[in-house]
Each structure stands twice: as C-alpha cells, then as structure tokens.
Design a protein around this ligand. Sequence first.
Ligand SMILES: *Cc1c(COP(=O)(O)O)cnc(C)c1O
Length: 393
Amino acid sequence: MSYHANEKGYYGEFGGAFIPEMLYPNCEELRQNYIRIMSEPSFQEEFHQLLKDYVGRPTPLYFAERLSEKYQTKIYLKREDLCHTGAHKVNNTIGQILMAKKLGKNRIIAETGAGQHGVATATVCALMGIECVVYMGEIDIERQAPNVARMKMLGAEVRAAKSGSRTLKDATNEAIRDWINNPVNTHYIIGSVVGPHPYPDMVARFQSVISEEIKWQLQEKEGKENPNYVVACVGGGSNAAGAYYHYLDTPEVGIIAVEAAGKGVNSGESAATSALGKVGIIHGSKTLLMQTEDGQITEPYSISAGLDYPGVGPMHAHLYKSGRGEFISITDDEAMTAGLEMSQLEGIIPAIETSHAFAIFDYKKFEKDDVIVINLSGRGDKDLQTYIDYFRL
Ligand SMILES: *Cc1c(COP(=O)(O)O)cnc(C)c1O
C-alpha cells in the first residue's frame, strides 16, 4: 500500500480533478507533461542550482538542545525559516516557474490569502522576468498591506477579488476564470498541495526536497535516516507533504499533522479541517472540508493566516482517514504560548503557523530516545505585530 498519489491523482478516495469542462485542456497539458519535465536532467539541474544559490538550500537540520531538555526527548528542527523569503513556499514557486518556462508560458497567475504565496510567486516571476498577476480578496488586501506592498515592489500586479466574501475562495475563482480565458500563454501557480490533479502531487514533489535533505542530514547526525516522528503544521499541507514525502511508505516513521483549532475545535471559530471536515469538493479536488449540512463551505478561523484554509490537501485527508497520520488540533492560545517559549528557549521566533507544531508536547508524550523532526516552516517576522498585540510586549 502506498500513500503517494496514483496515476489519476488519487490518494485513497481523495484527490482527482473535478474541474469545469473549459479548464480541462489546461490541466491536461500539465498532467501529460509534469513528470516527464521534472525528470529531465536539464530541469533537475536548474531546479537544484536555484534551490542552492537562490533559496539557500540545503537548510540546516538543527538539534534543539534546550527544547529537547525541556521535553525529555531528542528534537531536531528543519530550518525552512531560513529559505529566501522566510518560508518553504518558495521551493514550490521555483519549481513551478521552471515548469511554466518548459511549457512555453510567458505569464503567471496566482491567488493568495494572507499574501505569503503571492510574495513567493512575485519573487520567482521577478527572478525570471515573467509577467505576474496575483488575485487577492479585497478584504485580504486591506488586512495584509505589507505583503501587498512586497508584491508590488517585486513588479507583480495585485488584482482585487470583489465578489462574495472577498477573501481567498473568491480570489481562487477569479484566478480560475483568468486561466480559462488565457489557456495558451498562462500558467497558474497554486501554492499548496491542493487543487485538481496534478497539482497536489506536483507541489508535493517540489517540496519533497525537505525530507530528501532530512534523510541524509539525520544519517550524519544520528547514524540513521529515519526519525521516530516527523511533525508539521497543516494549512493546505505543502510543508507537511514535503517533510513527510520520503517517509510516507515507511511505517516505522510516525507522521504527526498539526491543525489550527482556532478558539477551539467546537467553538465555531476553527480551522481544524480534518477533525471537522466532511468529504466534498473544493478547488477541483475531492477532500475533507469544513461545510454546512447543505454543503456550503464554512469560513475557517485561525490566528495564523497561513492555516486559515477550509480544506486540506487530498494526501492529508487520506493520511487522516487511513490512520497513517496522527492529527492534533492546537488552539490560538496554545500556539502563541509555544511560539514565545520557542523564541526564548532557542532564539528562533517562528511563524505562528509553525508555532502550532511546537505546541504538541502537552498532547503527545515521547520516549527519551525518540528522535523527533519538527518542520520549522517559516520565520515569525511577518507575525511580529500579532505576537506583540497578544502578549502586550
Ligand atoms: C503558508 C504557510 C503554511 C501553511 O501552508 P502549507 O501549505 O500547509 O504548508 C505554514 N507555515 C508557513 C510559515 C506558511 O507561510
């Protein structure tokens, strides 16, 4: 049994491509070519060169001594916070911009909620000198002004989605409409392991560099490739997919996924998608999503903008349903406390998304000899104001 996507893009019962007829040619072009292009030596060479010289890979695998001491187990941190632009997202946008070039595209579109994926996309478009249009809900444009400014500074055009709730899902609709109207010259860069096949699998493969590195780094430090557990926070699930990727079919490595409970799983203000989700279709993919009795998507809530997504990628829905992954929900308060603790124990201020992953120790006990790898998905600079307001610093 494999926990990777099959040829049709299914992880168990989840995944696939549920798209309007008019989008079929775009997805089909990508589906027919992505694996072939990714395995070309020239692609691999350029991808790895950019990851090294531009992104700053390999990112360190750091033994967190004081954190380990406190929780009486061996904790390693995979430092994706040290990637250029401050998080793992750029691994995927580098991969996809190279894919777009190979497919002969000269225009990029993307959607963004908090703006982090928009910034990572605008960054690689600037790097390649390619036109970039980012769709963003009108409300999010107001809430995330610094990221809007970053995207503009990088030369991207930010277009406001003014329909519906004027947030992420409306921006996604606008981006899909754009893609339908510009099928020949435009590539749509999706920012997580979500969307119709082949996106979840393609994005997971680009992010898989994370666990590829963990394996040899752990071999160097511990004399073995496999940790006892690999832990990551899950919004759409891309940093988690990258951290799990090379361990998915290794049952002795435990997989722990951390979701945002917001104000509590049963508070009505939550983003604990797997715990609360039911099977449905979002963004062209069959997965678990938060919805009302009659199938309307529920607005998610989390203090961290990056975990504030009503669905979860099909890989994670399958990990949840099959029991391969252990899912833990962490509230805003628990995450904020863990973020502060992490800052003061290790001198690393994590993104609030990542702080959720550091809060698992109240829920999960480890043995003294266990080796735990936590994926430190991003740095907390972007969240400083939220930390300051929360702790009245
Ligand atoms: C965007 C983001 C996430 C959530 O996205 P995934 O696709 O679930 O990884 C997590 N951490 C950071 C730092 C982010 O920027």
